[in-house]
Structure formats: C-alpha cells, structure tokens
Design a protein around this ligand. Structure first.
Ligand code: ATP
Ligand code: MG
Length: 593
C-alpha cells in the first residue's frame, strides 16, 4: 500500500534549537524540540503530526497484541455519571485526583480516571451465563487524573491515553488462564515497542485484588524504584517488597531495660555518639541500627478524616514515602506538624517511644512496627521524656504495637525475600500493570452469572493497563542520543528521511523520484524538500527527528551515488544510484523482520 510522503516544506512542524524551560528529562526536551508535542497546560499536551504518528504506531502495536489474544475492542465515554463510582466507593476514595463536574441540571459527573465500573456494569448489562465467559474486552482511550505532580511531559499527564482491558471468568482457574494470556501478550507488545523493560511484582494499589505485576521501562529518570535479586529471578517494585522478618527470639536471660539521661540527642546520629561516649558496649560500638526510631505522620482518609499514625523503624533506615503511601492507600500521608504535637502533650518530640505509642498506650495513637522488630529484639529508644532514652527495651517483653508495616526504605544489599542473597535497586517507568482484581468490583456492582449447576456466582475479573501516551515518552527516554531521538522502526513516525542538499535541480528531481518510488512500495518517508535551507540545518533536523534511516541525495549524485545513514549507529555508506531503491527497501524491511 502506498503512503504519501511528508514533505518538510509543508509539514506542520517547527523544530526548536532551544530546550523548553520546563523540561527536565531528555524525552520531554526532545519531543518538544523535535516538534512532536506542544504543552497546553500542566500535564496537558497537543499531539502535532509527527507525534500523532508515533502515538498511532504505539496504539497499533498494543491493539494488534490485544486482538491476537481474542480481546475485543470497545470504547467507553470519558464523561461519566458519578453513581457507579459511588457504588464502588471510588467517588470518595479518589479524592482530589479526579476531575468532577456538574451538568446544567446539577447532576454530578466525572472525567474517568479509569473504567472498572463501566466494564463491570456493561458485562452485567449484557451477559448472564457461564456460557458467555471467558470474556476479555479492552479500549484505548483518554483518561483524566488531576495528578499532584504532572511531570516530564507525557510521562505523567493529567490527560493521557491508556489501554485498559478486563477479563471476566467464572472461577479462579479461569482468571489465572486469562492473566497468563495477557501477560504473554504484554511481553510481545513490550518487545515490539523497543525499549528495555523488567517485569516486577507489584502491589494492587487502590484497585484492590491479589496477584499483580508491573512492566517497568528501565530508566535512570524513572519515578519507580524496583529491586532485583543478584542471585535468583526475584524482582519487585519497592512498594511490594516484603521484608523477610527474622525469627522471633526468646527473651529469657535478657537484662532489664533502664532509662538513661541522654541530653541533646534528638537525632539518631547524636544519640549513637552519646551512647558510645557514655554507655560503651563491651562487644562492639553502638550503631544506628540498634536504635528504634519512632516517626509520626498524619493519614488523611477519603472524606477528610485525619488520623495520626506512629511507625517504628530501625534507626539506620528512613521511611520510604512511596512504600508508606502504597500501604495506607487510599489514605494520603501528610506531615504531623507542630499543631498536631500540641494536641498530644504525651508526645515528646525527639524522644518518643513505645511507652506512649499504640492504641492501648497513653497517646492512643496507632503504632506499627517494621517487620524486623520481632519479639526478643533489643532496642534503644525514646523514653518519652526530654533528653532521656531507654536502653535494652525488648520487643514483646517491654512493649508491643498494633501491627507491622512495610514502610522502611529498601536498600542495595538487603536480603532477597526469596533466596536471601543481596538485592540491588534500580529505577524504572511504570508502563503496564496487570493484576488479578478478583471479585471486588463484581461484588460491589453485583455482577453474577449462572454457573453449570444453575447457581448464581460472582464473576472474577482481571485488570490490565498500558500507558499508551506514556509509552511514547518512555520509548523516547530509552532511545535517544545527544543529537536527538532515535526511534525503533516500529514506532518511528516514518521509515526513511530523505534529505536533498544543495541547489542543483537534478538533486531535487532525483530525491523526489526516490521518495515517490519508496512511497509506492509502502515505505513511509519524510522528504526534506526545502529549497532555501542549508544542508547543516537539514542534517540537524533529521537527527533531531530521529527516523531510523536517513538518505542523503546531494554531492555524491555527480559521481552517481546516494548516501544511506543509519540514525542509530551513525554508519554511512554510498550506494550507486541504480541500486538505491532496492538498498533502502531492504534496509527498511530487513530491520522490520
Ligand atoms: P502511577 O503509579 O505511575 O501513577 P498508576 O498505578 O496510577 O500509575 P494505573 O492506574 O495502573 O497506573 O494505570 C495503568 C497505566 O496507565 C500505568 O501503568 C501507566 O503506564 C499509565 N498511567 C497512569 N497514570 C498516568 C499518567 N498520569 N500519565 C500517563 N500515563 C499514566
Ligand atoms: Mg497514578
């Protein structure tokens, strides 16, 4: 099929020499500079012609792989009534993260941040028997989320495009099969998108549910941190790492705890110095990890209820905001400030300890411990009096908490929960999330079918998302160099960028002829036919735009050659004019197969 070439003389495009002021990441800078996208408002972008081509290519790959597993495409509206979201509790849970609006009659609506409710209700509307299942349906559609920090252009937008699919099965085995099928399709899809990625265990987040994995594009600038084991194949988003808890120990024979004066030791570092100077240990020096650090935050629950939460972690670890956030979702975490402290006079800032923390203790504040703080472990911690700490406080014997929480940071070298070897951390961009949602939405919205025995059973669901617009940025983030973008062929806005240089009429005639011949063979071409633009500018633009094959028709023509340059490797070769069409076509086709 013939695809008309894009001519630079008329293409709706302005490349920029300067980086946009608000762009921190290379993908964002380059997509704006090379004329793929334009910012309209924070997290809201226009797709210019080249950008739209890349987006359509990503959509095509996603669509083909979904269709290949028998998933059927449909499309829900973005503008949705609030009632179904009230039924599932998400009208409240989403808080400030959704765009809400009213129609002229005063009825409330939202712009869909995701469509579980719609998928569930539509299946309920049309299906009623186990014979109708399994079913997988999907859409590629615009979502709206009022993200706190829209970031990095397309990576975290407030309007963005997502592919979301759902599977519907009558039983758990069916759900597992649907999940496995989707997982395999995702692997094909991400292999085709052409960036490096890892599959990691994930938490289910606000959606609820159980088994869950994320596909992360590996990227230094990614917002997600994941860990992988240096020995086995364990890999997980840090949010989902379950710290291996040591065995509880007997406290028989441990000495009694004793309160000591530790003036001016409100921080772990000052405390450890003081301990080593004043209460030296016989066996070794005191370390930060010997102390129990108690941190208080405020949880803001959907609907606005504020609840203080105390967390005890070994003193050598910080609280990881993302891990904490994932544990307390849908509540949000805010600082516990001076005004909050004023409401709880039993809390002595810098010297808080388990003596007052916990629902049964003086403060009544819920107190959760890091899983490492098992019964029989001994700690130095706050004695709830200014300038005092308690030494030798034994978990289980001297204090208890209201439970455990996975909120402490995960570090390089930590033990793998699977095999015990060292973990290493790295960063990535969440590109896809697949998980076994189970019966949460089907229960909330009463989606039942008759099973083989004529009994009504609740349907079980899987949920599978891909960030389609985010993928454009993630590919750009993974595929660029200092000159510009370097698109993998399957997503590139064109296969070939033909550059005509110089003034000679023959050059333009030959370049136009080659462009038409390529187009006639179904090769997509950008042709730089601009007459008054210097070769230097044309080369720079070609490199910035990042089409995989650059063909230069110019000086060589007199000697009967045309140059082919590989954008990715920079490799150049001269090809006789008579063989150029074949050479370019085989380059394009060869790389595509
Ligand atoms: P994140 O943790 O990055 O906010 P999420 O867990 O909220 O993502 P899901 O609700 O699972 O994401 O959405 C499915 C996919 O949609 C994500 O894997 C991601 O690729 C994409 N996505 C989510 N939020 C955005 C956004 N604000 N901009 C662009 N893509 C997004
Ligand atoms: Mg999100």
């Amino acid at each position: 099929m013939s695809t008309p070439a894009l001519r630079m003389s008329t293409l709706f495009l302005r490349t920029l020499r300067e980086d946009p002021a608000d762009a921190e990441l290379p993908s964002h800078r380059l997509l704006v500079r090379a004329g793929y996208i334009r910012r309209v408002a924070p997290g809201i972008y226009t797709w210019l012609p080249l950008g739209l081509k890349v987006l359509r290519n990503v959509e095509r790959i996603v669509r083909e792989e979904m269709d290949a597993i028998g998933a059927q495409e449909l499309s829900f509206p973005a503008l949705l009534p609030k009632e179904p979201f009230e039924a599932t509790g998400r009208w409240a849970d989403y808080g400030e993260n959704i765009f809400r609006l009213k129609d002229r009659k005063g009825s409330e609506y939202l712009l869909g941040p995701t469509h579980e409710e719609m998928f569930t209700l539509t299946v309920k509307d049309l299906y009623g028997s186990y014979k109708d299942l399994p079913l997988s349906i999907y859409q590629i559609q615009t979502k709206y989320r009022d993200e706190v920090r829209p970031r990095a252009g397309l990576l975290r937008g407030r309007e963005f495009i997502m592919k979301d699919s759902y599977s519907f099965d009558v039983d758990d085995a069916g759900l597992q099969a649907s999940y496995d099928t989707h997982r395999a399709a995702y692997i094909k899809m991400f292999d085709r998108l052409g960036f490096a990625y890892v599959i990691v265990r994930a938490t289910a987040g606000a959606m609820g549910g159980s088994a869950s994995e994320e596909f992360l594009a590996t990227a230094e600038n990614g917002e997600d941190t994941y860990v992988r084991c240096t020995s086995c194949d364990y890999a997980a988003n840090v949010e989902a790492v379950n710290v291996p808890a040591p065995q509880a120990m007997s406290y028989d024979g441990l000495l009694a705890a004793h309160v000591e004066d530790t003036p001016d030791t409100p921080t772990i570092a000052t405390l450890v110095d003081h301990l080593n100077a004043t209460f030296p240990r016989a066996d070794r020096a005191w370390q930060a990890g010997d102390t129990l650090k108690n941190v208080i935050v405020t949880l803001v629950h959907p609907g606005g209820r504020r609840e203080p939460l105390a967390i005890g972690v070994p003193g050598d670890r910080e609280i990881d905001e993302k891990r904490l956030g994932a544990q307390v979702e849908p509540a949000e975490v805010e600082a516990f400030d001076e005004a909050d402290f004023a409401k709880y006079p039993v809390l002595v800032k810098g010297y808080m300890g388990p003596g007052v923390l916990g629902e049964q203790a003086k403060s009544g504040i819920r107190f959760l411990l890091d899983p490492r703080v098992v019964d029989g472990t001994t700690w130095v911690t706050g004695a709830d009096a200014p300038g005092q700490h308690v030494i030798g406080l034994v978990a289980g014997r001297d204090f208890t908490a209201d439970g455990t929480i996975e909120a402490a940071e995960v570090r390089d070298g930590d033990e793998c929960p699977n095999c015990g070897h060292a973990l290493e951390t790295a960063r990535g961009i969440e590109m896809g999330h697949i998980f076994q949602l189970g019966r949460k939405y089907a229960e909330a919205l009463d989606l039942k079918v008759l099973d083989q025995n004529g009994k009504l059973v609740t349907v079980t669901m899987g949920s599978y998302g891909v960030g389609v617009s985010r993928a454009v940025a993630a590919v750009a983030e993974g595929c660029h160099d200092e000159l510009g973008l370097v698109w993998p062929r399957e997503v590139a806005p064109a296969d070939v960028h033909v550059v005509a240089t110089g003034k000679a009429e023959e050059v333009f005639a030959k370049a136009a002829e080659l462009t038409d011949a390529l187009a006639a063979q179904g090769v997509s071409v950008i042709y730089d036919d601009r007459r008054k633009v210097s070769p230097g500018v044309k080369f720079k633009d070609a490199e910035l735009i990042g089409v995989p094959t650059i063909v230069i028709v110019g000086k060589g023509l007199e000697a009967g050659t045309i140059e082919i340059k590989d954008r990715a490797t920079g490799e150049r070769r001269e090809v006789p004019v008579g063989q150029i069409l074949e050479a370019v076509v085989s380059e394009v086709r060869g790389a595509a197969s």
